[in-house]
Design a protein around this ligand. Structure first.
Ligand code: FAD
Length: 482
């Protein structure tokens, strides 16, 4: 094989369009060898969860098919990333590896190891930001410090706009005369053998084409109602693009660009578009925080919370995981997650608050469950989300803000559509009682097909009492810290 190939190491950029690393590989004028390496043991404390593995398998299949249409191939390998890249460089006569940068702590370590190994063998790596609008260290306060509050961070980012126009997908990718060997997708044994996974997958069209279809449907209309509808879990009021963003099947720049281009003829659309794009900056902020505070997936950013007396209760944890808490809004959220691999943001906040403050179970246990079951499981966003609700992260909800699962349900799911969908045993209850069935007497409940303790649980804790206990512990903790 001639000494003329470039290796393109695929990471969280499972797409062809708007892909700076792939664009650079093609621009080198050399044959491009795209390679994905399955190396879960290099992900530190956060090896991919079950949902992630299942999505990844389908996403790689879709990507391989897309490469074929460009006259190229996807090479799959598993094992040590450094060893595999070095041996592929030898085999293909490549002097350069190009890749997208991932910003999680273990991924940065992995990149540094690869860089060192390539340098020692007289080769180099070129890395590109293809996953964020701004790299985490592109933005800093006037003192050169990381931001810990969202709004000034967001304002600083806006000053850096306008965003560049996304790259189109390549039509052809130069191929080598001889391809290196690839492993089969099946040999990576990504998808866990659990019927739960197959059921969840039915809700999604995985891969770049699926991401583009979702984006097209989103900008066609629903984004216009985003400022109001985004809080209503009973309707499709958010984009559900989070898994696609996580795997890099779509770039945030493609989303921002498409959203700003589209419904300019509608008066209300400009504000709606910007309110939606602002959420993309929460994702950016999460990356910024994790980059600067790499311990936050495991430890609270506010150290005081390290001394919180968490309760260890596996039976309670399991009831929360399975949507059997007796609080319909919480149970609907946990069951939506179990059925679809996704949960609405408003409900994520409520179920997280319930676990942390009503049950006083450590937020890490909730983060672990989300990590295993969410298709969008994402270290920066998940860490930010859990620490935000726990009150121990950057720009977090104050600890004393305890979400009331009943009033949250009444406010954001007033007619009970969401609860009826995911907790069908309560479907016949009148709207007024759908979020608090225990307020109806047993006879009336039975007339609507519900018997508490039989086909739907009694509330596992009394929210008002649990709230008081949590706040008393917090006050004590605060006094110790002062
Ligand atoms: P949209 O409302 O359509 O927003 C568009 C995009 O903006 C999202 O896809 C996401 O990338 C980003 N975004 C929106 N809200 C947030 C937010 N609050 N924080 C960070 N980015 C945001 N998001 C994940 O992607 N992965 C996670 O593992 C994750 N864990 C979470 C855990 C908790 C406890 C909480 C409270 C939130 C978590 N989030 C997580 C954030 C948020 O719930 C999801 O990003 C959102 O629900 C995804 O749905 P969507 O794509 O329809 O969002």
């Amino acid at each position: 094989m001639p000494h003329s190939s470039v290796l393109y190491w695929i990471r969280n950029d499972l797409r062809l369009a708007d892909n700076p690393a792939l664009t650079a590989a093609i621009a080198s004028g050399q044959p491009v060898i795209p390679v994905f390496i399955w190396s879960p043991e290099e992900e530190g404390n956060w090896p991919p969860g079950a949902a992630t593995r299942a999505w990844l398998e389908r996403s790689l299949a879709a990507l391989a098919a897309a490469y074929e249409t460009c006259g190229s191939r996807l090479i799959l390998r598993q094992g040590s990333t450094c060893d595999i890249l070095l041996s592929l460089c030898d085999e293909c006569g490549a002097d350069t590896v190009v890749a997208s940068r991932r910003y999680e702590p273990s991924a940065l370590r992995q990149e540094a190891d690869v860089r060192d190994a390539l340098r020692e063998s007289g080769r180099s790596i070129k890395v590109f930001n293809g996953s964020l609008l701004n790299a985490p260290n592109d933005v800093a306060t006037q003192m050169g410090e990381p931001y810990k509050v969202f709004t000034p961070y967001y304002n600083a980012c806006l000053k850096r706009e306008p965003l560049a126009v996304p790259y189109p997908a390549p039509e052809r990718i130069p191929a080598p005369v001889k391809w290196p060997a690839t492993e089969t997708l099946e040999s990576l044994t990504l998808t866990p053998e659990h019927p739960w996974v197959g059921k969840m997958l039915r809700h999604w069209q995985i891969g770049e084409a699926g991401a583009q279809a979702r984006l097209a449907a989103w900008v066609d209309e629903p984004v216009t109602g985003y400022p109001v509808n985004r809080d209503l879990p009973g309707i499709s009021g958010t984009s559900t693009l989070s898994p696609y963003l996580h795997f890099g099947e779509i770039s945030p720049r493609q989303i921002a660009h498409a959203v700003r281009q589209y419904p300019v003829h509608r008066d209300e659309s400009v504000n709606a578009n910007e309110s939606y794009i602002r959420q993309l900056y929460w994702r950016e902020f999460a990356h910024h925080l994790l980059y600067h505070f790499p311990h936050t997936p495991e430890e609270p950013l506010k150290e005081l919370f390290g001394r919180f007396p968490w309760v260890k209760n596996d039976a309670y944890l399991k009831r929360w995981q399975r949507g059997q808490t007796g609080y319909p809004f919480v149970d609907a959220g946990m069951r939506e997650l179990w059925e679809t691999g996704w949960m609405h943001n408003r409900v994520r906040m409520v179920v997280a608050s319930f676990l942390i403050k009503d049950l006083r179970i450590h937020w890490r246990e909730g983060a672990d469950w989300f990590w295993d079951t969410l298709f969008d499981a994402d270290l920066p966003n998940n860490s930010l989300g859990w620490q935000w609700v726990a009150g121990c992260g950057a720009d977090a909800a104050p600890y004393f803000r305890v979400f009331n699962p009943v009033t949250q349900g009444m406010k954001f799911d007033g007619a009970g559509e969401y609860v009826r969908k995911w907790v069908p045993e309560l479907a016949a209850l009148p709207d007024k009682y759908i979020h608090c069935p225990w307020e109806l007497g047993p006879i009336e409940l039975a007339s609507h097909g519900v018997t508490l303790g039989n086909n739907y649980p009694h509330p596992m804790v009394n929210h008002d009492e649990a709230r008081k206990t949590a706040l008393a512990i917090y006050d004590e903790l605060k006094s110790l810290g002062e």
